[in-house]
Structure formats: C-alpha cells, structure tokens
Design a protein around this ligand. Structure first.
Ligand code: ZN
Length: 297
C-alpha cells in the first residue's frame, strides 16, 4: 500500500502532522521521535505528541537521519519544550550542528517556510538556534526502546556524508531519510546522491538487502507490503538509470555541468510538474548530483 497521509501506520507507530515532512513517533516504553521536519512544524508536532502519548513530556528521545533543515528543524524547539529530551545522531551530523555556517544555512532555508506558515506557530519561538547532540549513534549499533521496539543503526552515506538509517527488525520497518530517493507525484523515483554517487549506491545496496514490510520515505509517502518490498530495488534501478542519463547529457554537452542541470531541470521539473520540491533547493541539489556523477568517472 502507498500511504499519503499522516496518522497511525501500525500500532505504536505514527506519521505526525504532515506526510510531506518526516517526523515519526514510536510510542514505545521509551517514547521516541525519528526526524523532526522544518522549524514551523514544531507546535503541530508537539500537539500530536501530546495527543498520542497523553503528555508531550513523556517523549524521551529524538533520532535524526541527517543534518538537513527539513529533518532536524524542530529539534531545538522540542528540546526547549520538553525538559531532558535526548537528541541522537551520527558523529558527522553532531559535528555539522556545531558549525555556525551550517546553523546559518538551516536558518536561512527554514525562513521561507516560516514566512509561508506563520499561523502554525504564532508568537512561539520555533527558530533553529543550533543543536547539541547528546548521543552519538554508530553504524551497526542496536537501540532498545522497550517492549520489542528495537532498531539497528545503518550508516547510509551518499545523500549526505552524515546519513544514517534506522531498521526495526520486529516489524520490518525502515526509516531512511533520502538514502532511498524521493518519489514524485507520479511515483517516479528521483535519486538523491548529493555527496557521493558511489556511497549512495553502496548504501542503497545495503538497504535493498533488508527484509522490509514498511518504508517511511523522507517525504510524501509511507510504503507497506508489496509496495515496500519492491521499492528499494526499483530505487537502485532508478539510480543507475539517472546516472547513465547524466553521463549521456555530459557527453552531449561536452562536459558542461550547468547545461546538464538546465536540461534535466526543464525535462523533469518544468515539463512534468510532478516534483514537489521548490525550484531553488531542487536546482542546488541537481547541480550536486550532476557533479557527483561527473566526479565518479
Ligand atoms: Zn536530505
């Protein structure tokens, strides 16, 4: 099944508030959140955490897949609102959150959305003011949230260098950020290898070897059953096809990356209208993908 709205996924597992942005709540004995959307969503998440757990202060931990503004945006707000909330991420993500440039970038990318969604937070201080990570997650580590809610940390670099995924063997569920690409409105999968093409493929191959029944994609969709089982291999095929296309376009243009970016932007974004990402971040990411393929020769 392809799920396109927030709410209960299975008993104890919830997509919060807005399926276009990732925030997954696990109502385990140690209640935990996985990823945490963009700043403006803070009060909406808090309200839904309260509704689900009875008291938002029962939330104990937040686990972050990678240090992007649309995955970690509300964590400072949640930390301010919930005393003792523990934040866990990879070592590289923790280092990124210490860099003033990275904090400024997160702030700047969040601002457009804050302007657009002011009514969702009113006078509350939802802003991203830096983030201290309390616990470093290592590749292969197992984390136990109680009552069978155990998950494994899997290093999945390639989209970003700091990316990690979370796999719950008990319910065969995977939270993977953009490590497995982003399907558009027509469910065409767009690969997201911003940092390294080779690492992205290696990470996706690791994920494709998992036995999955539920995949919580970073944006727009949750997949279950057959749709989940077939997805990771399909995503890998889309990745190979997209890199071949980039190589072909690079050859056509005499190696000029910017022409390739413009050609793909026109074909995939402008002509189809199926990509939900705004133009500015789309173009920044597309340039990174073309560069990643050009450098992987
Ligand atoms: Zn990302």
């Amino acid at each position: 099944m392809i799920i396109q709205k927030a709410g209960k996924i299975v008993e104890g597992l919830y997509a919060l508030a807005d399926i276009d942005l990732p925030a997954w709540l696990v109502a385990a004995p140690t209640p935990s959140l996985f990823d945490a959307g963009i700043t403006f969503m803070g009060p909406s998440y808090l309200r839904e955490i309260r509704q689900t757990l009875g008291d938002e202060k029962r939330l104990r931990r937040v686990f972050i897949t990678h240090a992007h503004f649309d995955h970690a945006g509300t964590v400072p707000y949640l930390k301010r609102s919930i005393p003792g909330l523990e934040v866990a991420a990879s070592r590289l993500a923790a280092d990124i959150f210490k860099k003033p440039n990275a904090v400024n970038l997160i702030r700047s990318l969040s601002r457009d959305y804050e302007e657009e969604h002011k009514t969702l937070f009113g006078s509350e201080n939802v802003f991203f003011d830096g983030l201290e990570v309390d616990r470093i997650l290592e590749d292969g580590e197992t984390v136990d949230l109680g009552a069978g809610w155990t998950f494994r940390v899997i290093a999945t670099p390639g989209h970003t260098r700091d990316g990690i995924s979370f796999y719950f063997p008990g319910i065969k569920a995977l939270i993977c950020g953009e490590a497995a690409g982003v399907p558009d409105r027509n469910f065409r999968i767009h690969p997201e290898f911003l940092a390294s093409y080779r690492d992205y493929v290696a990470s996706l191959e690791r994920l494709a070897a998992l036995d999955v029944e539920i995949i919580m994609l970073s944006h727009h969709y949750v997949l279950t059953g057959e749709d989940a089982r077939g997805y990771l291999k399909k995503s890998l095929e889309s990745t190979f096809a997209f890199s071949e296309r980039i190589r072909q376009y690079l050859a056509d243009s005499g190696g000029i990356q910017e022409s390739v970016v413009q050609r793909i932007f026109k074909e995939d974004h402008q002509d189809t209208g199926a990509i939900q990402q705004a133009e500015r971040p789309y173009l920044i990411n597309l340039a990174a993908k073309v560069k990643a393929v050009a450098e992987s020769r």
